[in-house]
Design a protein around this ligand. Structure first.
Ligand code: HEC
Length: 138
């Protein structure tokens, strides 16, 4: 019955979260530490056999970028964003192909703004994130 107010509450929590992420991201770029050179606990990107469709995404840590820009909506399913662990929501999308999904993410789709609002992300970074999301969702 108070669906509306819990949505409002969740939305404001997310805004705070998004701000924090944004400030953190600014901090990082100030020190010149690009996301791809950030020390990650998982050395997966270098050791994994690169099965990526596009060589452009090699060396980009899609997971870290996802956490910084996309999970704000895709973790909890804000505004009906397909949750990362919701295989049923992703199956028909994955069927469209990673390239088409990357285009949706770059251009935006319905409630999702272009690049999830992160216009500072390059198309290659978005492609790497979408590849990561698709890997998680299938
Ligand atoms: C403001 C919330 C929000 C953020 C932030 C956000 N998304 Fe989304 N995303 C959505 C919503 C809502 C949909 C569902 C759109 C639809 O199908 O109507 C969606 C759908 C998608 C899809 C499926 C597109 C399709 O064609 O079905 C992909 C891929 C995606 N998002 C990637 C990303 C990536 C990558 C980021 C981070 C750069 C991101 N999203 C950030 C809300 C968001």
């Amino acid at each position: 019955m108070n669906k509306q107010s819990s949505f409002t509450r969740m939305f404001s929590i997310l805004m705070v979260f998004a701000m924090a992420v944004f400030l953190q991201a600014c901090d990082k770029s100030d020190t010149g530490t690009a996301a791809k050179s950030a020390p990650q606990t998982a050395p997966a990107t270098s050791s994994a056999p690169a099965a990526a469709t596009s060589a452009d995404t090699a060396g980009i840590d899609g997971e870290a970028l996802y956490k910084g820009a996309c999970q704000a909506c895709h973790l909890a399913g804000v505004a009906n964003a397909p949750k990362l662990d919701d295989k049923a929501a992703w199956a028909p999308r994955i069927a469209m192909g990673v390239d088409a999904l990357t285009q949706s993410a770059i251009k935006g789709k319905n409630a999702m703004p272009p690049k999830g609002g992160r216009m500072d992300y390059s198309d290659e970074q978005i492609a790497a994130i979408v590849q990561y999301m698709v890997n998680q969702a299938q």
